[in-house]
Design a protein around this ligand. Structure first.
Ligand code: PEP
Length: 257
């Protein structure tokens, strides 16, 4: 069955000093913790440092992005193979900031998802609608387009190696959170879409859909995590701002205890 998962997305924050302090606090706080899988996704330049600092803790390593190419003349890019070699298990693909600020299309996100898998990483696929898309009633069709671009490229079976994060764009870094019921409705829809795509099951329940961790992301805090995580199809969180404070992040993880 699916495992509860909490992933911290540090975005472009931190210094060598602050990373050290944060990880020392977090690894101490989460010593022996096994109620959920926990991972942090620091900026690339801190991956090696973080890997050393989490060696004896249950925290795992992820990255925030990868190049769609395996290697070559792509100045400034980082490949999935490099991330794997540095000890990453996860990589976020299709975060809304990448889609909106760096013009990543559904097709590019699908390619990055495929390359991540090829390189032995577990992709965390972010999907979500903007405020205007929600207001015009397009939330589910936007999610479907984002999902089907990936399913068309790599099929649905590989979702046994992946995580999906539903992140309504209007809730990211804004302090606005989807209500638990709003989030649950979208999570259930995502699981049903994966189930429907797993066609060769001939009406049997799809193990891929049942085993898929679907995380919620968007202004999660210690004070709202419990209500969100208690929903049937919310299996954990992708946490931005609150993952930069050890005690806040610890409390979010401990909701699963
Ligand atoms: C994110 O960046 O994935 C995110 C959910 O950010 P925040 O928690 O700060 O809204």
């Amino acid at each position: 069955m699916r495992r509860a998962t909490v992933v911290g997305n540090w975005k472009m924050h931190g210094t060598v000093e602050s990373v050290s302090v944060l990880l020392e606090q977090l690894s101490t706080a989460l010593t022996g913790f096994d109620a959920a899988q926990v991972a942090v996704c620091p900026p690339f330049v801190f991956l090696e440092q973080v890997k050393r600092l989490i060696e004896t803790s249950p925290i795992e390593l992820g990255a925030q992005n990868l190049c769609e190419h395996v290697q070559g003349a792509y100045t400034g890019e980082i490949s999935g193979g490099m991330l794997k070699e540095l000890g990453c298990r996860y990589v976020i693909v299709g975060h809304s900031e990448r889609r909106q600020l760096y013009g990543e299309s559904n097709e590019l996100v699908a390619t990055k998802f495929a390359v991540a898998l090829e390189q032995g990483l577990n992709p965390i696929l972010c999907v979500g609608e903007t405020l205007s898309q929600r207001e015009s009633g397009d939330t589910l069709s936007i999610i479907d387009e984002q999902l089907s671009a990936v399913i068309e490229k790599v099929g649905v079976k590989v979702f046994s190696e992946a995580i999906i994060a539903y992140e309504p764009v209007w809730a990211i870094g804004t302090g606005k959170t989807a209500t638990p019921e709003e989030a649950q409705a979208v999570h259930l829809h995502i699981r049903k879409q994966i189930m429907a795509a797993d066609k060769d099951k001939n009406g049997e329940d799809s193990e891929i859909a049942a085993g898929l961790s679907i995380l919620y992301g968007g202004s999660i805090k210690a004070s709202n995590a419990q209500a969100l995580f208690s929903q049937a199809d919310i299996d954990g969180g992708l946490v931005g701002g609150a993952s930069l404070a050890a005690s806040e992040f610890e409390q979010i993880c401990r909701v699963f205890e």
